[in-house]
Design a protein around this ligand. Structure first.
Ligand code: NAG
Ligand code: NAG
Ligand code: NAG
Ligand code: NAG
Ligand code: NAG
Ligand code: NAG
Ligand code: NAG
Length: 538
């Protein structure tokens, strides 16, 4: 009895007592890269950085994208690494010179592009690069996109000494390439309008995380901020307000800004569901939904009307002129089939043609997809596949629902490629970066199929920022650094961090994401604290 009591006291005090130590929970690393490079040989030898004795040289092919990237990163290295002007001119520190690791000043970086630049980033683009940091560092890539990724890595290797008087970079050898080719962020600009400056800042942050696809979920039920030139009435009546629309010039500047960062822009015009805002200008393309014999509102597009397809054909043509990427997301999720079922004319149509409501969804997609340019690559939400809509195997399926492992296996077995999003919904407010960090889509499929060939169809994934609860004021901090977890999962080898939700994340990752968060903050991204108490050097 006495013994039991003692055990009880021991257990409860163990549970209640939490020791708090002063200082940050996870002090940031110094000069560690996020996402983690594939191969990295680090050295304790270091170089001092002095902006007036550093220059970047182009030693291979050259182009405007490269010149702009060099200009951008030179500025970042010189001004965004935490060196405070007030601390300059630096006092001579003899200790550094005495250290055996001190290798002198970093003289420069040679950027050697071994092939001509491409104009636009694309699905098959090469993003690999090699980087050797030494007195005269060398960055080599056979693609402009790899050179851009390598410059980002180079900028991340710099770190301040503890006294903050000196910027250093260690001797390092990196050979790097992405694990997945499609590493995206979905941003919904319908539920809340997101301003141009926030979108451009979002693209900057994506580049810091080596993400390469901006999936622009531009319109939805609630608002239609895309200002069409062909159909100005769509935003004229469907936008929340005429002051918050995206004009042609806005879209062009997003595409151009993204292009310079090696980021593709894929527009989504979600049809036939999620289209209520289209109906303000074109009510006749939507279906009237009935309840007990009365019209109760408008639902998905009416798949039996020719004007539906005429509108889509002309609109898609314009959209594809404005967005040069071959990929186009046509949506297809959450179609309210009950509305189609309730409409007397559609019921009559289904009876006459011996069709079910899912046949109507098929019929719609069979007519809508060919309205896109002939060389388009089509992306759809998983429901289009699930409802048995006949799709060519080129169609890329976005998996977002529960039971994602069996869904992925089904999609892949049917011969489709897929992008994964199920566990990467950033609107889940109680999820932290650790909740987004574990899921590796290829690993999950491999663990149940042991089939390596099947995995080739998993081309990447996207973190999704749905817009109900975010606007300009909080979207950056909601996305970053939580999406950084997804970015590392999609770029780095799956030996980094953890392989399944049952493994714990190594402390190294906690420390490294702290540094990365501070880095994003220094570069103007309002990222939120990743894990707990701590600070960034102001
Ligand atoms: C850089 O070098 C210093 C010693 O000069 C060492 O303490 C540190 O761990 C090195 N950092 C990295 C990232 O290798
Ligand atoms: C590279 O190209 C840019 C623009 O095309 C030009 O401004 C720059 O001078 C070129 N740099 C070199 C080293 O040729
Ligand atoms: C980096 O150094 C390694 C080893 O010396 C060499 O094999 C590689 O070609 C170098 N890479 C670059 C980009 O200079
Ligand atoms: C709609 O298009 C179909 C096929 O092109 C055609 O047969 C039909 O007559 C058209 N209906 C109307 C109302 O224009
Ligand atoms: C209606 O379709 C079903 C299944 O597609 C088929 O079995 C049936 O024979 C069809 N009925 C008629 C009258 O065509
Ligand atoms: C696609 O090609 C077909 C046949 O070559 C042509 O009839 C059609 O107009 C083309 N569609 C578009 C959108 O260019
Ligand atoms: C692995 O998947 C591929 C592609 O679906 C298929 O052709 C092959 O038969 C599968 N291999 C095994 C051992 O099941």
């Amino acid at each position: 009895m006495y013994y039991l009591l003692l055990v009880f006291i021991f257990i409860t005090s163990g549970l209640c007592m939490s020791i708090v130590n002063p200082g940050p929970r996870f002090p940031p690393t110094k000069g560690e890269v996020w996402p983690k490079p594939q191969e990295e040989i680090k050295d304790t030898a270091f170089y001092k950085f002095n902006p007036s004795h550093f220059s970047v040289k182009v030693t291979g092919h050259n182009c405007t994208i490269l010149a702009k990237a060099i200009e951008r990163y030179s500025y970042i290295i010189k001004s965004k690494n935490g060196v405070r002007r007030s601390l300059e001119p630096r006092r001579k520190k003899k200790s550094a010179h005495r250290s055996s690791s001190y290798q002198g000043r970093l003289a420069g970086l040679d950027v050697e592009l071994t092939a001509p630049c491409e104009e636009y980033p694309h699905f098959e683009m090469d993003e690999s690069y090699n980087l050797n940091v030494s007195a005269t560092s060398v960055l080599r890539s056979s693609s402009i996109w790899g050179a851009i990724r390598g410059l980002e890595t180079f900028a991340q290797l710099f770190y301040l000494t503890d006294d903050r008087n000196e910027l250093r970079v260690n001797k390092t050898q990196i050979s790097d390439y992405p694990r997945y080719s499609h590493r995206g962020l979905l941003l919904d600009t319908s539920r809340h309008y997101i301003s141009m400056s926030t979108i451009l800042k979002m693209l900057d942050a994506m580049a810091m995380n080596k993400m390469n696809v901006f999936h622009w979920h531009i319109v939805d039920d609630q608002s239609f901020p895309y200002q069409s030139e062909r159909f100005p009435e769509l935003s004229g009546q469907g936008a929340y307000d005429q002051s918050i629309v995206y004009k042609k010039e806005d879209i062009e500047s997003v595409v151009e800004y993204a292009r310079n960062l090696g980021i593709r822009v894929i527009p989504e015009f979600d049809v036939p569901g999620h289209t209520r805002s289209w109906g303000n200008a074109f009510p006749s393309v939507l279906t009237e939904c009935y309840s007990q014999g009365n019209v109760i509102g408008l639902g998905p597009m009416d798949p039996t009307k020719n004007i539906t397809y005429k509108l889509l054909r002309d609109l898609f043509q314009e959209v594809q002129e404005w967005f040069p990427d071959k990929y186009f997301h046509i949506g297809g999720d959450e179609v309210e089939l009950d509305c189609w079922r309730s409409n007397p004319e559609l019921r009559e149509y289904m009876n006459q043609n011996n069709l079910t409501v899912t046949d109507l969804h098929s019929m719609f997609m069979r007519q809508a997809i060919p309205l896109l340019a002939n060389d388009s690559e089509v992306v759809v939400w998983q429901e289009v596949f699930d409802e048995g809509v006949p799709l060519s195997t080129d169609t890329l399926i976005q998996v977002w629902k529960g039971s994602w492992i069996s869904e992925m296996v089904n999609v892949l077995t049917a011969g489709h490629r897929l992008i994964f999003s199920s566990t990467w919904y950033l609107d889940a407010m109680s999820s932290g970066w650790t909740d987004y960090y574990w899921a590796d889509p290829r690993q999950m499929v491999y663990d149940v199929t042991y089939n390596q060939t099947l995995l080739n169809g998993i081309v990447g994934g996207e973190a999704c920022m749905w817009g109900e609860m975010v606007d300009d004021r909080n979207v950056m901090s909601r996305v970053w650094p939580r999406a950084s977890a997804v970015a590392e999962r999609l770029w780095s080898a799956n030996t980094i961090g953890r392989r399944s939700m049952y493994d714990s994340i190594p402390p190294e990752v906690y420390h490294r994401i702290e540094e990365h968060t501070c880095r994003m903050i220094r570069r103007g991204v309002e990222a939120q604290p990743p894990t707990g108490p701590g600070f960034c050097i102001p």
